[in-house]
Structures are given as C-alpha cells and as structure tokens.
Write a protein that binds this ligand. Sequence first.
Ligand SMILES: [Zn+2]
Ligand SMILES: [Zn+2]
Length: 352
Amino acid sequence: MSELLTRTDRGLYCEAGDFYIDPWGPVERAVVTHAHADHARRGMGAYLTVPEGEPVLRPRMGAEAKIDTVPYGEPITINGVRVSLHPAGHILGSAQVRVEHRGEVWCVSGDYKLGSDRTCATFEPVPCHTFITESTFGLPVYRWAPQEEVFAQLNDWWATNRADGKVSVLFAYALGKAQRLLAGADASIGPIYGHGAVQVCNEGYRRAGIELPPCEYAGRGERGKDWDGALVVAPPGARGTPWLRKFRNYSTAFASGWMLVRGQRRRRAVDRGFVMSDHADWPGLLQTIADTGCERCLITHGSRRVLERYLNEETNVSAAQLDTWFEGESDDRGEEADAEMADAGNEGASNE
Ligand SMILES: [Zn+2]
Ligand SMILES: [Zn+2]
C-alpha cells in the first residue's frame, strides 16, 4: 500500500501533492500546523497557514518569508491533492492538516487541545482514515482541571503576593501559553508587565484581533521603578537571569502540564506550579481519536508506547508509532523554549 504521507529525512511528505507538513529540513512548500519552533522552521520556499496564524508566524520565519494563507475549512488543491486546515485549539492560528487524495483522507493533528480558549479557535475533530496524533501527555495520569479553576488559583496567588508587597513572576512559554494566561488574568488586581519575548507574541495576537489586558514592557534598567504588586509574565528561559533582579521581592510560578508531576516543580525551582497545558490530556487524546472515526492512528511526540498499546488492545483503531524529528523531545519544553532562549539568555532548557 502506498502511503499518502511518509516520513522523510526532511519531514512528513506528501508525494502525490509534492509538499511537506512541518518540515524540519529546507523544502519548497511547507504546510505548517503552528508557529512553535519544532513545527515551523526558517528557510522554506513557501509556508501555508491560516490568516490568524500569519502575525505569529511572520516574526519567527522572518520578514522575507513567503507566507500564504487559507481560512479554516476552506479546501485548496495542491497538485491534485485536496488540502484544508482545521482548528487545533493549541495556540493562535494552530491547525490540523487534512489531506485527501483518491478518496483517502489523512489528518495531521500537529499539537492540539480540546475545550475553549479565548485566544484561539476551538478544536474540531476531522473525520479521516488515518490520524497522525501527538501524544505529549499520553499517559493516564494526565488529566487537566477546568481552566477557570486554574485562572482562579493564579489570580489568588497574584492577589496574595500583592498584599504581601511582592511581585508575581509567572513563567510561561512566550507564544501561546503566555497569552492564554494574560487573557485569564484579572487585570483589576494590579499592573501587568511582559518580558520582551512575550511582548512580541502579544503583538501578533493583538494584530489577529485577540483582546488581551494591557501589558507593559518590563524592560531593562528602569531604576527606582515601583514594581510592587505587579504580575510579570516571562518565558521559562528568563529564570535565573539578571533581568529578574530588578523586581527584588518576588514570588515565582510556572504554568505547564508538567506541573502535575511534583518532581518537575521541584526541579523547576519555582514557588508555585499551575497545571495548565495547551496539549490534550489523556482523556482528550482518546476522545479525539474516537471522534475522528479513524481506522489507523500514527503517534508522534511524547509517551507514544502507552497510547499505542492502549489503542491496539482496547479499541478497533490500529496504532503505530511514527518517528519524527521530535524524537527525544518528550514534552513541550524543548519545542516552545528554544526561540525564547534566544531572547532571554540561555538558561533553563538544558537542565532537565
Ligand atoms: Zn506546539
Ligand atoms: Zn509540538
């Protein structure tokens, strides 16, 4: 059987249509699921994304990059292959890629999460024969609480710090997570500041029409400025850097799905962990796979073996692992961290 998509040394390739999905080597035509660094890389001849993805993809791919857009759900034809992008609910502009050729349908999920998120379009399952899913959090232990609960915890933490005369420094991935948290922050508690890496991404969100609370740039220097009671959102890479010193009396927190595991929090060396992920949890993965009605599931990222075995033993879906460039990146640290490291100095990514 010839496969509609195959893994090549430059990434996932559609031979019939002569295009790649999230390629990791230079190619002419790249369909990208989203702007995170392990999915969208510089140097491609052309990129295809949705219109709301362009403002966040552009700063990462460079001013010269050729970026074409097609709205969610609107099919286009590439060399006789029907291609459409569908909401993945992961970050602004994130998409699943549906590929159809001679009656056969594949869907590549990229990264995805279920449920509402005010900062991006809500995930929609795509009926397909073969579903290529991520499994970043593909273990039964991963189950997310409703985001309202996490926002309430976050705002409580901030208000308590403010009452204690402390600055609240919240570490979160600059693209996606930071904006989701800002959208859930109660701006009546106090002023909000952003690290430069966060500010760049905020700008992209605002250009795409996503409303965020006022967030001022927490630049360097600013001697004598009174930061008391502020919320400062910064990428994980800013942890332990001189940039933090100006806040003097502060409490730190990290928002990530990994905070569910206690050892992670300790190794992160933050005061507080908030369990919030932009990836599907275990029930979300299983529900999605069932919702696609797929016959076959190929699994990339993360805890692939457990999900593979579960699907093969407990469902009618035949599952296999698909090796990708993400090999060894079993989490959303590496993927979302590296671009931020460049902005924030060089700490944090390599120590776990
Ligand atoms: Zn991602
Ligand atoms: Zn990813």
